[in-house]
Design a protein. Structure first.
Lengths: 267, 253
């Protein structure tokens, strides 16, 4: 009975979430309308409309030319992002535990955040050459400070009163971690992770455009050289579509699940 | 028999002395109430006993093993349901999940929280309910020393009476020693075996009152009369900041 209740509650929540997507869909469609209008004013050479772009994207998938490039880019982005999430979260939490470490790292984070990814890219090209390592490193270094700052902020702001309470109940260290620190820190980490995800996609395409011979960025470079605006738009669309799908079909539901104590409305 | 013994306790925040020369004994099964104006160091003393603060100087001896604390604010984990909050101390004692949830639900029910309330998160509960969850969390571990920092101040009168009975029941059944802070003289008179009056700047114990009538025999009339009698005493009036105004009027140093 309880399991069924829980299942039905989860189902209701999921359906409710999907239903709330209509607002997002209509705003996207509005954007498409604007885009179509722009396409009609400027002509297909300058700005192909949404219909044409979607058709081209479909054709690219049919010819088997889109998938391999997307997989390559996704792999690079996820490697870089994965490294940044791991290292950034871990080091950020450690830094947040110590006042000195957070004071030392704050200006460094500002420095790293302020450094344009293109500058890192130039350095990475010199250090790592034209292989996979260059885009992966650039993604890592662009995402790392975002995650680090989020984790540090989360660790710094754990409520001292709750910590005292936990100490007075003699909570063992693993409970301190799972019951006091992690739930609090997660609410800071998730937004940082989502921002990092968006950054990783943007940076990987940029890095590929300038350095590698494969991946979405490289394909974009080719279509640009051929003045093939429709194909360029197709690539852009593919990247955006993947980003939106990953964020709204995976990260956002996970976030809602993890943070239901925060958002649940009073019955 | 377990005992808490404090001798010559001093505590300073920076250069400010907040507690000076505190001597205090607390035995198993005894209820001790600390009364005094705000800022006289009552909470600091409680935090020291709870082991959350190291006193600047003191000889402190305690043979109690399981200590529970109820703070002024409920201090519930916002990410845990009321039930899991109550079960927190049991989880720390590694009681199995099913058992700790059963025990927490039982205790919650005695506090007047139904299963629907227990499934809610703290922000969905009223202030009084949060206080009850916090008290239930403290009682769940069957402590032998219970520290209470004004736990009943957010509750209505009827509920207070029930929780007083619950507390005294706990003391009788498990021999729990209780150290409670309160601003409410009648509450102290109803519950305590001994009342200690504190005075500020620096925080110190100035007066002790023993109440010999057993808690179960204390009728409302007895509580009113005893409280009224206590209010006539000079030390008690000072404790409530009533005598100071007269002192100032009389030009005392």
């Amino acid at each position: 009975m309880r399991v069924r209740d829980r299942l039905s509650a989860a189902l209701t929540a999921t359906l409710g979430y999907l239903w709330s997507g209509w607002g997002a869909v209509s705003s996207l469609l509005l954007f498409c309308a604007l885009w179509e209008w722009g396409g009609q004013v400027y002509g297909t050479l300058i700005l192909p409309g949404p219909m044409e772009t979607f058709a081209r994207l479909g054709a690219m998938f049919d010819r088997g030319m889109a998938m391999p490039e997307l997989v390559i880019s996704a792999r690079r982005a996820l490697y870089g992002l994965g490294l940044a999430l791991g290292a950034g979260t871990l080091l950020g939490l450690v830094a947040g535990r110590s006042l000195t470490a957070s004071m030392v790292s704050r200006p460094l984070v500002t420095l790293l955040l302020g450094m344009p990814p293109i500058a890192w890219l130039v350095l990475a090209m010199l250090w790592f050459g034209m292989g996979d390592a260059t885009p992966v490193f650039t993604v890592f270094i662009a995402c790392f400070p975002i995650v680090f700052a989020g984790a540090m902020q989360g660790a710094r702001t754990v409520d001292n009163k709750l910590r005292d309470m936990a100490r007075s109940y003699r909570l063992p260290w693993w409970m301190m971690l799972t019951d006091v620190h992690l739930p609090h820190v997660t609410s800071y980490l998730f937004p940082a992770w989502i921002t990092a995800l968006g950054t990783s996609w943007k940076v990987v395409v940029m890095a590929e455009l300038l350095t590698t011979a494969d991946g979405v960025g490289a394909a974009l470079a080719v279509s640009r050289a051929q003045l093939d605006t429709a194909t360029s738009m197709g690539w852009i669309l593919a990247v955006l579509g993947l980003l939106l799908a990953f964020e709204y079909l995976f990260l956002e539901p996970v976030k809602r699940r993890v943070e239901r104590w925060r958002t649940e409305v009073a019955a | 028999m377990s005992v808490l013994q404090i001798r010559d306790l001093h505590h300073r925040y920076g250069a400010t002395e907040v507690l000076a020369g505190i001597d205090l004994d607390l035995h198993a099964g005894e209820v001790l109430a600390l009364l005094g104006p705000s800022g006289c160091g009552k909470s600091t003393l409680l935090h020291i006993v709870a082991g959350l603060l190291i006193p600047s100087e003191a000889s402190l001896h305690s043979s109690f093993n399981r200590l529970s604390c109820v703070f002024q604010e409920p201090r519930l984990m916002p990410w845990k349901t009321a039930l899991d909050n109550i079960a927190l101390g049991l989880k720390a004692q590694r009681v199995a999940r099913v058992e700790r949830r059963t025990r927490a639900a039982e205790l919650g029910a005695r506090m007047g929280l139904d299963s629907e309330d227990l499934d809610k998160y703290p922000h969905e509960l009223s202030g009084g309910m949060q206080s009850r969850v916090s008290l239930a969390r403290a009682l769940a571990t069957r402590p032998d020393l219970l520290l209470l920092d004004e736990p009943f101040s957010a509750l209505d009168v009827g509920l207070k009476a029930e929780l007083y009975a619950l507390l005294i029941d706990q003391v009788r059944r498990f021999g729990t020693a209780v150290l409670m802070i309160t601003h409410d003289l009648m509450e102290a008179v109803r519950l305590a075996d001994r009342i200690l009056m504190m005075a500020p700047e620096p925080g110190r114990l100035v007066h002790e009152v023993s109440l010999d009538t057993v808690q179960e025999a204390r009728s409302s009339t007895w509580v009113y009369q005893s409280s009224a009698a206590l209010m006539q005493e000079e030390a008690v009036r000072i404790g409530f900041g009533l005598a100071q105004a007269e002192d100032a009027g009389g030009g005392a140093p």
